[in-house]
Design a binder for this molecule. Structure first.
Ligand code: FMN
Length: 370
């Protein structure tokens, strides 16, 4: 019996198996609005057989976009653009949908990666990035503006308002993007948070804004749906954010009703030193699961079915999320189920693709033809 293909629940959200499609920025929206690309991209991943599909980082405010092409959900127009995408997925797939709610902080106003990813200056289509403190991302770059009390209030409200829109659109879950050096992570890390008010300094004060945002989102999103948080478990820099602080953060999130922690790492600073290898972030998920007792999703360099099976079967994490491997092989869960002798949901239009050697792969697929 495959554990990877056994059912699981993220809080109130029941899942068919332990595989998630990780959030992946597409930089293909127009003024924050989803386009045909999102229908194709999310549409084909919805047929993957994974239990849950995370949308790319979805900006809660226009200035919270990484690039001008980021997906957003801050207005009626951005909400309307997602209606046909969600409707198409719901029509053809049982996959659960989670939206990653994001604010890019000091990493905002950047060119899309395939155009180099550098800061776009104000006046050339760029805008002024916001952050906890006026600490630039790269030496020689202009500093972001430190958020004042009114700015904090606006961001907190925007996260909650976007969660309400995600609920209206029919999303089953939302995930706060509190990783990879974006705004909420910038509040957590002492390297980017140099505030001397109630939101900076001690660990307790650095946790305060992300926890306030979490509580605002939890209150705005129905109790029957899940709210989770993606974390960077470490900055990979001496003196930065680390696993011990992440454990404290996860404990506080759990107390406030967090349903899951999605465990990534890094992304805050170009000074980071990471030795990337298969499972390199899994030990972080393992410690959070063991010490905090909260459902965890492991991510990062998980590419093989047996590898994913071992992570959940040995209890290192409750679920796995795949990003690049899922783009490379969007039927990864089908192939994993075949290898592990498990079953996976496939659309009836594709049932005839089931190889003879894996007779029960899609369950009862008997069909007639004249
Ligand atoms: C094209 C691409 C876009 C990504 N965009 C996001 C994103 O929007 N939000 C996020 O939290 N992580 C993002 N990531 C990181 C992935 O979710 C994942 O954590 C990372 O790629 C490691 O997993 P992998 O080895 O399975 O690719 C992105 C990764 C890729 C490859």
């Amino acid at each position: 019996m495959s554990k990877l293909f056994s059912p699981y629940s993220l809080g109130p959200v029941e899942l068919a198996n332990r595989i998630a499609v990780a959030p992946m920025c597409q930089y293909s929206a127009e003024d924050g609005k989803a386009t045909d690309w999102h229908l194709l991209h999310l549409g084909h991943l919805a047929l993957s057989g994974a239990a849950i599909l995370f949308t790319e980082a979805t900006a809660v405010l226009p200035e919270g976009r990484i690039s001008p092409g980021d997906l957003g959900l801050w207005s009626d127009a951005t909400e309307e653009a997602l209606v046909p995408v969600v409707a198409a997925i719901r029509k053809y797939s049982p996959i659960r949908l989670a939206m990653q709610l994001a604010h890019a902080g000091r990493k905002a106003s950047s060119h899309v990666p395939w155009e180099g990813g550098q800061l776009i200056p104000a006046g050339q289509g760029g805008w002024q990035p916001l952050a906890p403190s006026a600490v630039p991302l790269a030496a020689g770059e202009p500093a972001p503006t430190a958020l004042d009390a009114a700015g904090l209030e606006q961001v907190r409200e925007a996260f909650a308002a976007t969660a309400r829109r995600a609920d209206r659109l029919g999303f089953d879950a939302v995930e706060l993007h509190s990783a990879h050096g974006y705004l909420l992570h910038e509040f957590l890390s002492p390297l980017t948070n140099r505030r001397d008010d109630g939101y900076g300094g001690s660990l307790e004060k650095r946790l305060r804004f992300p926890l306030e945002v979490f509580s605002a989102v939890r209150a705005a999103f129905p109790a029957g749906k899940a709210v989770g948080v993606r974390v960077s478990a470490t900055d990979w820099i001496e003196g930065g954010w680390d696993l011990e602080q992440t454990l404290a953060y996860a404990r506080e999130l759990k107390r406030r009703g967090c349903d899951f922690i999605h465990v990534s790492s890094g992304g805050l600073s170009q000074q980071q030193q990471i030795a990337v290898h298969p499972n390199y972030q899994v030990p972080f998920a393992e410690r959070i699961k063991a010490e905090v007792g909260i459902p965890t999703i492991a991510v990062g360099m998980i590419t093989e079915p047996e590898q994913a099976e071992a992570i959940v079967a040995t209890g290192q994490a409750d679920m796995v999320a795949l990003a690049r491997a899922m783009l490379f092989d969007p039927r990864w869960p089908w192939h994993a189920a075949a290898k592990l002798g498990a079953q996976v949901a496939a659309p009836k239009q594709y049932w005839r693709s089931q190889p003879r050697a894996y007779k029960a792969l899609f369950g009862d697929t008997s069909m007639g033809q004249r």
